[in-house]
Structure formats: structure tokens, C-alpha cells
Write a protein that binds this ligand. Structure first.
Ligand code: ADP
Ligand code: MG
Length: 686
């Protein structure tokens, strides 16, 4: 095989095994290495004095080895003491080979870099990186910061640095600058080459992580442009698919007139947007945002009624079985009187019953099918699915949307999709994470909802909190007591919820206390939840499994423990479980003292506001988007270096140039998307 000059194998140190590892990081060519950007830097440009070291800081020191010996402290370790005349420091190694051990000889000079830590015997470093200095050489310090790369097992930082410096040597000069100079200057950007070179080794004074250096701005802008254009491409690709136009006759009106409430103006407005989409012969791809309790389910119900009117089936996908069940109840309430059949696909149903259900789905007898992911995983044959509603999934990223299309597509027909989220997303974030979707917002809550009073209390006020709970219970109301997931292990979480359950059962011994957490069997979980819904329990101790969707209008109080550990959006979601009826409600947020400054600010935001959009904007500001989307932001949004909370201000400007870029420079814009998004979004492959 002939090698391209961009081939990885041409680099020193790359054999088949290293190449495979690089491929796993989405690196296939030398040029890709240039875009493998450091996640942070180490400052090795200076030597710190041992006497002046603080603990818990990265530092570089140089000193003479005073002592090197093996010791046993429960386990074998190599302990090395060094001195630079200002103090003595200990280095500890738990893994080492004979060669390393022998090389660390008394009297030699060592330079090491690592994180300091205070131990009883003084300052030390565990497993620093080091080199023995050759006294015959100059041993210069680097002039630039040392990059630390995202890597994978078996590819050391040292190796990465060597590979990238070779790639820079070989490929930087010929690197194609894809942004037209007109656009670059409009956005105030410098050259790509400088930006790449600088990012792999910036000077110390050029770096401030909170600010965008010119180099970083250039790269972040490129990435955000690629993201925007990628999203537009996805949107166009999905619009090119065909789907069945759904037209209504009168089922929707009959549904509406049977409702026990008036629709809000917002509900009517988004419903109009949805029915307009459904009437087209290309699939709807719409995001429906609406705060907790704003009444999204009935909007989904109206969309389904349109599909049914046209003779087609709808599926509703919920994140948990619990919510699927709740949806089944609501939908039955609305649709049963109209003679419409629903089916709930649960994991645990008798084989005979499941067969019947599947038959009903396959022959079109059931018009609405409700379930979890299983809706598209199992061997479910739909008769004629035309609408898929995805509920409460803030983790429903681009890839999932595509896999859904793939699975639900039949005979070239793609179902319409409505994705509902109770997490209001700041506009900039929505454009980045969901830029391929049209956007509808339910901007108001139904009227007649009781007020929620939110109080933030230190956890030593617990007995007063219990008294308050008793008062609510005596009034006939119900109480949630939330022990959020805070431990690393699911087992510990369960223990903490169980301990709270035991204590509260004692404190409220004449009342009915229940428990629900993620480790319970599905049956037990459902039983506890449905008991609470039916008012067979006064107080429910729960982990955050009750976070999304659960609807119990009689619950008027919620206690949340460890509030300081939760994100604002999550707290807002939790609180949305109460205040759903006409009763005045209380949310008591308990925190552990002492609170840091940011924690205080965050609690103040949640205490003073019930506006999900405001809260999510603040959340983004105070903590970053990972929180809002529920997982690490980069994974969801697929960004390598742009940080939406820091760089959001660039997006409106970027959007303006995207049109021009795509239209006038189709080849370049296509390449830019490939360069930054690569294989992540395989939009052609739908
Ligand atoms: P969410 O948007 O959080 O999913 P739901 O769809 O669960 O909200 O609705 C919350 C509650 O409000 C439900 O009991 C629902 O029947 C009720 N509801 C929905 N729309 C209205 C309305 N316009 N007026 C009064 N209650 C409504
Ligand atoms: Mg809901």
C-alpha cells in the first residue's frame, strides 16, 4: 500500500498498536493530531523552591537526591528524599521497576514535576514525573507551557507530545486554512496556523483559562461554526426524508372538549405549530420545551389525536417505566372515552399477554403505544407508526435521534418526531445541542396552581422540618423527602435513603411512610409510587428517581437534603413535583454548613425564582452546561474545546456568517465540519 505523506505510520514511534490507539481517539492522519488539542497545561517553565512550596499545587522542583530506599508501609514503596538547599521533599513511588530504582541514586540531581501534598513528615509528591539531570548538559527549561492531552490507556503524555511535535513539524506549514479571509476578519480572527502552534505550546502570559486568547478564539470559533453547519446539514438531511402528512378531522376537538381544564394560550400556540408540521410530507423534528407542570403531556396527546385521525399509530417513549405508566393513565383518561386503545409495553409482563399486545400493535388495533427505550429495541412490529413522542429526555442527543429514525423508518417513511423536555435550555445552548430541531416553548403554567414557598435551611433544623411535615400531613397533604444521589456508589445511596427512611418512620410513627430508590425492583418501585399517588402514603422518602415527570397534585411539601450538591436545574425539576394542585406548597432545601460563596448564590437563585429559563441561564453562568443537559456537556454537544458558558457570546455572530460561508464556500464548509466533528455525526448515513 502506498503511504500518503499524511500517514501516521510515517511518524517515529507509531507502529500498528499505537496506530490503533490513535484511531480510537478519532485520529487517522498526522493532520488530525494537530487538532487533538490539550485539555490543560503544566507550567514547567520555572523551578519552584522546596522551602516555598504550598500543598495541593502543581510544582516543579530540582534537587539533589539525599536518600533512596524501599520501605514497607502496608505495601511496598520507593521513597526518595531530595533537597535544594531551601528544604527537603519526599517523593513516593508505588509502582517502579528495578531500572528506575537503581537510577535514582544518592548524589544525583533530579528534576520533577507533580502535585504537592502535605504529609506529617513535610511536603511530598506521589508519583511525580521526573528526569535525572545530566550535569554535562545544559538542561534548559521549556519556554512554553507543557500541554496535557486527552489520551487513552497505553499512550503516555510524553509519547503524545513527541507525536504531536513531529506532526507540527511535518504538517503545520501546509495546513489548509478553511475560513475565507473575509469571514476571519469579520470575526476578528488571526491565522489558523498561529492558533494551532500556539495552542500546543502557549507562552505562560498568553494564558488565562477564563478568557479566550486569540489562538483559542480562532479554534473555538471554527469549532462552533462547524457545529452550527453540522446541525444545519442534519436538519436539511432530515427534511429530505419523507413521512406521511397527517391531517385532522375532529378527534382533537373531541379530546379537548373532554378535558377537565381549559388549555393555556401557550399550549394552544405550540399545538398549532405542531399540527402545521404534521400536515407536511417531511418529518417533523420539533423540540417542545416547557417547564415542569406546564402541561406537555396533553400537547403530546393532541398531536397523537391527529395521527389517529389520519389512521396512523403513535408511540410515546418515556425514560422510565414509572413515567410510562403514568402516561398510560393520563392518556387512557383522555382517549378511552373516545374509543381509542393504548398499549403499555413493560419489561415484566407475561409472555401470553405480551404476545397479545404485540399482536394488537402489529394489526393496528392499538393506536397509541407507550413504553421506554424498549419501544424500539425489541421485536415490536408496528402496523403504521407515524408519530414518535420522546418525553423528558434531556439526554436525547443527535446520535440517539438518528438511531431512532433508523429504527422507526419503514418503507422509506420516517415518523414525525416530537421531543419534549422539562429542562428549559438557554437559547445559545439549545442552538448548539438541538440546532437541528425546530423549537416550541410553552411559556406559562396553567392558572390556579398554588404558590410554592422555598426555604433554604441548615440541616441542623431538621426537627423543625419534621414538625412542618406533620402539619402538612394533618391537613391531608403529602410530603416528598428527597435524599439525592450523592455517593459514588449506588449501594451507598441506597443505604443513605434507607437510613433516612428508618429515622423518619420512627419520627412519624403514626403515619404512613414509604421508600423508593433506584435499587428497588421495578415492582416495588411502582408499588411505592402508585401508593403515594393514590394517597396511601403520607410521606415518601426518595432518591432523585422522582425527578422527572411524576404528577401527584396532593403533594404540598418537599424536603431536599444535601441541596448544595445538586445543580440548579435539577433542584428546579425536583421542586416541580409539588405545587401541582391548588394547595400552597413548601419546598425546604437543607444544606450542610458551611456554604461557599457560589453555593450561596446558587441557593439564592433557586429560592427567589420559579422561572425555569431564568434558573437555567443562571445555572449556565454559575456552573456550566454539563449540569443542564444532565451529563458532561462535551459528550452531549460534541464539542472539543468550545465551552458554551464561556463562549456563548460568540454564537449569534457566528450564526450570521454561517449562511454566507455555506453558500459561497461549500467545499470549505464541508471540510470544516469534517475536520471538527469528524465521525461523530454521521448524518449522511441515516
Ligand atoms: P409536564 O409539562 O411537566 O409534563 P404534565 O403534562 O404532567 O406536565 O401536566 C401537569 C398537570 O397539569 C397534569 O395533571 C395535567 O393534567 C395538568 N394540566 C395540563 N394542562 C393544564 C391546563 N391547561 N390547566 C390545568 N391543568 C392542566
Ligand atoms: Mg411530563
Amino acid at each position: 500500500m502506498k503511504m500518503e505523506t499524511d500517514d501516521l505510520r510515517l511518524l517515529k514511534g507509531v507502529g500498528p498498536s499505537v496506530e490503533t490507539k490513535l484511531n480510537n481517539l478519532d485520529i487517522y492522519k498526522q493532520t488530525d493530531l494537530l487538532f487533538h488539542l490539550p485539555s490543560r497545561y503544566e507550567d514547567r517553565t520555572v523551578i519552584n523552591r522546596i522551602g516555598a512550596l504550598e500543598s495541593d499545587k502543581e510544582a516543579q522542583v530540582e534537587g539533589e537526591i539525599l536518600l533512596s530506599s524501599m520501605v514497607f508501609r502496608g505495601r511496598r514503596m520507593l521513597m526518595v528524599q531530595i533537597s535544594d538547599g531551601t528544604g527537603i521533599m519526599t517523593l513516593r513511588f508505588f509502582t517502579f521497576n528495578k531500572y528506575q530504582k537503581d537510577a535514582l541514586k544518592k548524589g544525583l540531581t533530579i528534576r520533577c514535576f507533580g502535585k504537592t501534598r502535605k504529609a506529617s513528615a513535610g511536603i511530598e509528591m506521589i508519583h511525580p514525573s521526573y528526569e535525572i539531570l545530566d550535569s554535562n548538559k545544559e538542561n534548559n527549561l521549556p519556554k512554553t507551557l507543557t500541554p496535557v492531552y486527552p489520551t487513552t490507556q497505553g499512550l503516555s503524555q510524553g509519547k503524545f507530545r513527541l507525536l504531536i511535535s513531529q506532526a507540527l513539524e511535518n504538517k503545520l506549514e501546509s495546513l489548509e486554512d478553511l475560513l475565507p479571509s473575509k469571514i476571519a476578519s469579520e470575526l476578528g480572527l488571526g491565522s489558523l496556523k498561529d492558533a494551532i502552534k500556539n495552542t500546543h505550546g502557549p507562552k505562560k502570559d498568553e494564558l488565562d483559562i477564563n478568557k479566550l486568547s486569540p489562538a483559542k478564539k480562532r479554534l473555538v470559533t471554527e469549532e462552533l461554526i462547524a457545529n452550527q453547519i453540522g446541525m444545519r446539514q442534519i436538519k436539511r438531511a432530515s427534511k429530505k426524508q419523507s413521512s406521511v402528512p397527517l391531517r385532522q378531522t375532529n378527534l382533537k376537538d373531541r379530546l379537548i372538549s373532554g378535558l377537565p381544564f381549559e388549555l393555556t394560550g401557550s399550549q394552544k400556540k405550540v399545538e398549532e405549530q405542531i399540527s402545521a408540521d404534521l400536515a407536511l410530507d417531511q418529518p417533523m423534528m420539533r423540540l417542545l420545551q416547557g417547564d415542569v407542570g406546564s402541561g406537555k403531556t396533553v400537547v403530546a396527546g393532541m398531536a397523537m389525536s391527529i395521527a389517529i385521525d389520519s389512521g396512523f399509530q403513535s408511540a410515546l417513549m418515556a425514560p422510565t417505566e414509572l413515567l410510562a405508566e403514568q402516561h398510560k393513565q393520563s392518556l387512557d383518561q383522555w382517549f378511552k372515552p373516545l374509543g381509542i386503545k393504548t398499549a403499555l409495553l413493560k419489561s415484566k409482563i407475561k409472555a401470553s399477554k405480551k404476545r397479545l399486545l404485540k399482536e394488537g400493535i402489529a394489526n393496528g388495533d392499538c393506536q397509541i403505544i407507550i413504553g421506554t427505550h424498549a419501544l424500539f429495541q425489541e421485536s415490536i412490529e408496528y402496523n403504521n407508526l407515524a408519530l414518535v413522542v420522546v418525553d423528558e429526555q434531556h439526554r436525547f442527543g443527535v446520535e440517539q435521534r438518528f438511531s431512532l429514525i433508523k429504527k422507526a423508518k419503514r418503507d422509506g417513511i420516517v415518523p414525525h418526531q416530537l421531543i419534549m423536555t422539562a429542562t428549559p435550555i438557554p437559547r445559545t445552548l439549545a442552538m448548539t445541542a438541538y440546532g437541528d430541531l425546530d423549537n416550541s416553548i410553552i411559556a406559562e403554567l396553567p392558572s390556579g396552581r398554588g404558590e410554592i414557598t422555598t426555604l433554604c435551611l441548615s440541616e441542623d433544623k431538621r426537627s423543625e422540618v419534621i414538625k412542618k411535615a406533620l402539619r402538612e400531613i394533618k391537613k391531608g397533604r403529602q410530603v416528598y423527602w428527597v435524599c439525592p444521589l450523592i455517593e459514588e456508589s449506588e449501594e451507598q445511596n441506597r443505604e443513605s435513603a434507607e437510613a433516612t427512611f428508618k429515622k423518619l418512620s420512627k419520627d412519624l410513627s403514626s403515619h404512613r411512610v414509604g421508600l423508593v430508590h433506584g435499587k428497588l425492583s421495578v415492582d416495588k418501585k411502582n408499588k411505592a409510587m402508585s401508593d403515594f399517588k393514590k394517597n396511601k402514603l403520607d410521606l415518601l422518602v426518595a432518591t432523585t428517581v422522582i425527578e422527572v415527570g411524576v404528577d401527584v397534585p396532593n403533594a404540598s411539601m418537599m424536603v431536599i437534603e444535601n441541596t448544595e450538591r445538586l445543580g440548579l436545574s435539577q433542584l428546579h425539576q425536583l421542586r416541580g413535583r409539588i405545587g401541582r394542585g391548588e394547595h400552597e406548597s413548601f419546598c425546604l432545601m437543607l444544606y450542610k454548613n458551611p456554604l461557599g460563596e457560589t453555593a450561596k448564590q446558587r441557593l439564592e437563585v433557586i429560592r427567589s425564582s420559579r422561572d425555569g429559563f431564568y434558573i437555567s441561564e443562571k445555572d449556565l453562568e454559575l456552573r456550566g452546561p454539563g449540569e443542564i443537559l444532565g451529563v458532561r456537556q462535551k459528550g452531549v454537544v460534541g464539542l472539543k474545546i468550545a465551552d458554551i458558558s464561556r463562549d456563548a457570546y460568540l454564537i449569534p455572530k457566528i450564526n450570521k456568517v454561517c449562511d454566507q460561508f455555506e453558500n459561497d464556500f461549500p467545499r470549505e464548509s464541508e471540510k470544516l465540519v469534517r475536520r471538527w466533528i469528524g465521525k461523530q455525526i454521521n448524518y449522511r448515513n441515516v
